[in-house]
Design a protein around this ligand. Structure first.
Ligand SMILES: Nc1ncnc2c1ncn2[C@@H]1O[C@H](COP(=O)(O)OP(=O)(O)O)[C@@H](O)[C@H]1O
Ligand SMILES: [Mg+2]
Length: 322
């Protein structure tokens, strides 16, 4: 029983935001929903929550259409963060949990525990407007999970967080996963997804490009890479003696070499040794998610594909306001 995004179509005026988008998320996983800006990630999440209506298709969770499920099924971190600026942090957390039926005593206890693990206990009595962006984001994350939802929909949760908070949030995702919760998060940062996801969907302009368990997505890419580091010239001048091997990234620390089918990693190692290179590191590696993204989409994930509002002629924002 899974979260199924089932042939979703959605247009805003003449902008096609979702074009037959289909994928599945197995429960109890951390799932990366990957795409550049404008790919359709936020639209998909808002349809899942029932905030937006699709033109066609549907989203189901454990066989039931998502918008028919109680709102408390979902824990949603919206891309546009929204706390009450003047309300104290603990008061808002208790308030948001109360909307999902959590009694205030329990909400207060759980909120305190979350604040502690996010090293943010001292924020409880502060007003939201006094917090840094990163701290606001942590509070909003806590607000999204206090009612212990089955599915977390996190829209760009890592954007704007410093490395320590990225780590804390990652640990929280993994712990929720270990408790059987399903965590779906969107990002255009491939290295975050790489470190965290069991499965991914890569989306471009509203279409599914490639998806599935990360390991399978990697293997299916058919690319073979060697990461090598040598004491001498990191541009590997001796590489010209190895047909079917080309350098795709030269770095002082590590250089990456891609091998054509028929060329083996040991051919490379033999050439290095024959040339008298001192090999400090040699590793046969999977392609990175960033490389897989570029292979399939044809451009980098940080390129914006959003259609500017002025191009999106006569689009009503009424749905957004709803
Ligand atoms: N309310 C809206 N009105 C007009 N266009 C929209 C609206 N919401 C999204 N879009 C357009 O739909 C496309 C997908 O947007 P979105 O789902 O926000 O992508 P992502 O979250 O992946 O960046 C973009 O081209 C965007 O401009
Ligand atoms: Mg978005």
């Amino acid at each position: 029983m899974t979260l199924v995004v089932d042939h979703l179509h959605k247009r805003f005026g003449h902008v096609v935001a979702l074009d037959d988008l289909t994928f599945e998320v197995a429960p109890g996983q951390v799932f990366g929903f990957l795409g550049a800006n404008g790919a359709g990630k936020t639209t998909t999440m808002r349809i899942t929550l029932g905030v937006l209506e699709p033109d066609a298709g549907r989203v189901t969770w454990r066989g039931t259409e998502s918008r028919r499920l109680p709102r408390s099924t979902w824990g949603y971190l919206p891309e546009e963060r929204g706390l009450y600026p003047r309300m104290r942090v603990m008061d808002q957390l208790v308030f948001f949990a109360g909307l999902h039926g959590v009694p205030s005593g329990r909400a207060r206890r759980e909120a305190t525990a979350w604040l502690r693990r996010f090293r943010a206990e001292d924020l409880a009595d502060r007003k939201a407007e006094q917090l840094s962006k990163g701290n606001q984001q942590k509070i909003q994350f806590i607000a999204a999970v206090l009612h212990d939802p089955q599915v977390l929909l996190m829209d760009e949760p890592f954007t704007g967080l410093d490395p320590v908070n990225v780590m804390l949030l990652r640990e929280a995702f993994l712990e929720l996963r270990d408790r059987g919760r399903t965590v779906v998060f969107s990002t255009h940062q491939m290295e975050v997804a790489e470190a965290l996801c069991e499965s991914v969907a890569i989306v471009d302009r509203g279409r599914m490009v490639v998806g599935g368990p990360l390991r399978e997505v990697r293997r299916a890419s058919g690319r073979r890479l060697v990461r090598i580091s040598v004491a001498e010239d990191h541009r590997l001048p001796w590489l010209s003696a190895v047909p079917g091997a080309r350098i795709i990234q030269a770095g002082v620390e590590r250089s990456s070499v891609e091998l054509d089918p028929g060329t083996e990693p040991q051919d490379l190692l033999a050439a290095a040794v024959a040339a008298g290179a001192r090999v400090l590191h040699f590793e046969v590696a999977d392609p990175t998610l960033e490389q897989i993204f570029i292979d399939h989409v044809g451009r980098a994930p940080d390129e914006d594909t959003t259609v500017a509002p002025e191009d999106a002629a006569a689009v009503s924002d009424a749905e957004d306001a709803a």
